[in-house]
Design a protein around this ligand. Sequence first.
Ligand SMILES: *Cc1c(COP(=O)(O)O)cnc(C)c1O
Length: 457
Amino acid sequence: MNDDRHSRMHQVSDESRNLVNLVLDYSRRRTLAVDTPLDRPTTEAELNRLAGPTIGEEGIGSARALAIFEHIFAPACITTDHPKYLSFIPSAPTKAAIAFDLVVSASALYGGSWLEGAGVIHAENEVLTWLAGEFGLPAGAGGVFVQGGTIGNLSALVAAREARKATTTARSSDRWVIVCSAEAHSSIASAAEVMDVDVAPVVTGEDGRLRAPGVRAALEEHGDAVIAVVATAGTTNFGTIDDIASIAELKEEFDFWLHVDGAYGLAGMLSPLARHRFAGVEAADSLVVDPHKWLFAPFDACALIYRDPTSGRRAHTQRAEYLDTLTETDDWSPSDYAIQLTRRPRGLPLWFSLASYGAQTYREAISHSIELAREIASEIRRRPGLRLVREPELSVVVFERDGWERADYDRWSERLLDDQRAFVVPSSHRGRPNARFAIVNPLTTFDDLVDILDTME
Ligand SMILES: *Cc1c(COP(=O)(O)O)cnc(C)c1O
């Protein structure tokens, strides 16, 4: 027995069987539960008090560790797939996607290279090709699933800079520039910071949409120093979609890389209710959409797609003696298309779910959020004392309560969570606080939202 201690954790044994059963049993209960509470965070001190130290030279055993997770740690985490979680961008993974995430873990799949993961890379690529087709990109478009929109945007912008370097006469002392709307996601500024390049934010009008004239002025001002124009296909705060078609038309006059950040909103293009709002996406040189947002996959996954994947590969392939077997072939290795090397095939839960239910079911689920956003917007318009900040374009609804200051919104939001009624954090626009519903969960109902509005009386 003592001889086997070194391999105790890896052996198939009674201990392993028991712990795998415990964990799968918990997973089954959680996945199929209909009444998981919203829950809420607590303090570090409280968690320490309840759980005590869990790590020492001798383990506490998997049953005890799982009990601590189930009864102490998990209830201190907000249930992001709760139908009344309406903050930030919620998560609402399908049952198939959640279940298959377990399979991905159970199989120790490696998704970095074709040599090691051909089968699953084929499946991921089928999803990427399908998405590219939905967005109107030409055959041959492709990319990779990365951790999130932040890494997707950064990887795309690095590829854009490589492409620019290859064509420009701009002096290396010139500062590179990324052009985007002043309402673009914070990850664009973060990417620029990491890349040590500048952002030229274009101020938009009341409706928040970036349009050709503002972009044209920036292109004229910065010329060849512009490595990319970023259009947002659904801002995080409002779901506002830039006028991508008019921006894309500028490609006839100017040579620039068009990146579409659709981390949240581009999923809306799958719905016939919103598809027309995305005209111009088909001209993108690169784009991102996060399956962990409105494509119902578990955390964490962003689909990064290049019009011409060789530009991604040129920018991102890592080279080393120990990688030569991988890089000296023409095989499609996902690691080559973004800032990463080792990777989980994180697109597989989406593949399994899409394959299981079919695309039409996705369109209906996405349409449901858009319809619900419209219905609750009408309700808000009808209610005295409430005012829409903007008409919803997708599934984000932003509104104000007459006379409320930031402190009122904060108190209201805390109360909703205290009462385990909803998770709705305040947002703000141009310095004015507001309330915001981000709707992606197909289980969220009109009555759920009305119930929340009633608490603002
Ligand atoms: C959420 C979001 C991002 C960032 O994506 P992460 O997956 O959180 O890294 C980028 N852009 C937009 C428009 C987003 O909504």
